[in-house]
Design a protein around this ligand. Structure first.
Ligand SMILES: NC(=O)C1=CN([C@@H]2O[C@H](COP(=O)(O)OP(=O)(O)OC[C@H]3O[C@@H](n4cnc5c(N)ncnc54)[C@H](O)[C@@H]3O)[C@@H](O)[C@H]2O)[C@@H](O)CC1
Ligand SMILES: Nc1ncnc2c1ncn2[C@@H]1O[C@H](COP(=O)(O)OP(=O)(O)O)[C@@H](O)[C@H]1O
Ligand SMILES: [Mg+2]
Length: 279
């Protein structure tokens, strides 16, 4: 298993072209949140914006619009129960991240099916949290032509792969990923998270137990969406997003007993600036 080197951050995070505008940094659709999990949608969208995404639209339940607008005025909102509007948004964004706080209602199930059915080859679909639970429970095939990135924690990976946690080793994980979709990227979130892609496996050397708090994975999903939207879909981009999340967390953990996801989010622009300048 290859270790992910910090140099990937200098490589991926480039300085911005003076002539560029928001259209150059990715159109991101985040499909997230529900009555009891509004925070997950806010953290995910906020992470995408703080990691530099050009335009972020959050598809959620309208009961959360006010909270979202107050907390993150940079994000646009649409109602995910409006099928036509959602379909249009899925087709017109570069990166679609679905799942944080979505829940498993019948609306959520329909929304996950729409994302799988309507995405195409020039897009990236990031599947997290409730989207993975729905895919596992409904046995949905991952048949989209979009690039797929899955970000399960070990419990979600167990649902998807049917591997109990003690059997989640490199060989078994690789085999199960091949069955789900041989071209998908799997980010298995745990202590020292791992990336699986075809016959390659990578591991980060960062992260800490201060990160064991609700919303931490929702935040990673937003960073992943922001990075892919700006720097393009590649294993390097995925590695950089995974690593920066844990590196900032490690820095915070030096002086804090617990690391709040919202604290990581506010530190993103500063860290990205630093890595963009050191080549
Ligand atoms: N502020 C918010 O709105 C929050 C919303 N959340 C949302 O709540 C929904 C349910 O997600 P949860 O992950 O809480 O619950 P899940 O029920 O999906 O997963 C938790 C289950 O997985 C098991 N498990 C095994 N290994 C684990 C690991 N390494 N990490 C976590 N669980 C592990 C647990 O024992 C438990 O049985 C998701 O949509 C999620 O995005 C959570 O992210 C918490 C914060
Ligand atoms: N002990 C730990 N060591 C390293 N990383 C951890 C630890 N506990 C949690 N994390 C990280 O925190 C995140 C938790 O994700 P997840 O369980 O999806 O959170 P949530 O769904 O509540 O947002 C993952 O990136 C995971 O790797
Ligand atoms: Mg999660």
């Amino acid at each position: 298993m290859e270790k992910i080197n910090k140099n990937v951050l200098n490589h991926v995070i480039t300085q911005r072209n003076p002539q560029s505008y928001k259209g150059n940094y990715g159109k991101i659709l985040i499909i997230a949140g529900s009555t009891h999990f509004g925070g997950a949608a806010i953290l995910c969208s906020s992470a995408a914006i703080h990691s530099g995404a050009g335009l972020v639209t959050l598809a959620t339940t309208p009961e959360k619009f006010t909270a979202v607008n107050v907390q993150i005025p940079e994000a646009m909102t649409i109602d995910y129960s409006q099928k036509n509007e959602l379909a249009q948004a899925i087709k017109s964004n570069d990166v679609i991240a679905i799942g944080p706080g979505l829940g498993t209602s019948s609306i959520a199930k329909g929304v996950v099916k729409a994302a799988l059915n309507l995405t195409t080859e020039n897009q990236t679909l990031i599947l997290d949290a409730s989207a993975l639970t729905i895919i596992a429970e409904q046995q949905l095939a991952l048949e989209t032509k979009a690039n797929i990135i899955m970000t399960p924690h070990q419990g979600e990976w167990q649902r998807l792969s049917h591997l109990p946690i003690h059997e989640q080793n490199e060989k078994n994980n690789r085999e199960q990923l091949q069955k789900l979709n041989p071209n998908a990227v799997l980010i298995l979130k745990k202590h020292l998270s791992e990336i699986y892609y075809q016959n390659q496996t990578f591991q980060i050397q960062a992260g800490n137990p201060g990160m064991a708090t609700g919303g931490m994975g929702d935040t990673l999903t937003g960073i992943m969406a922001g990075f892919v939207g700006q720097f393009g879909y590649s294993l390097e981009t995925v590695s950089a997003a995974l690593l920066i999340h844990s590196l900032i967390a490690d820095k915070l953990y030096k002086e804090n007993y617990v690391v709040l996801p919202s604290k990581i989010i506010t530190k993103l622009p500063k860290y990205m600036k630093k890595f963009s300048q050191t080549k």
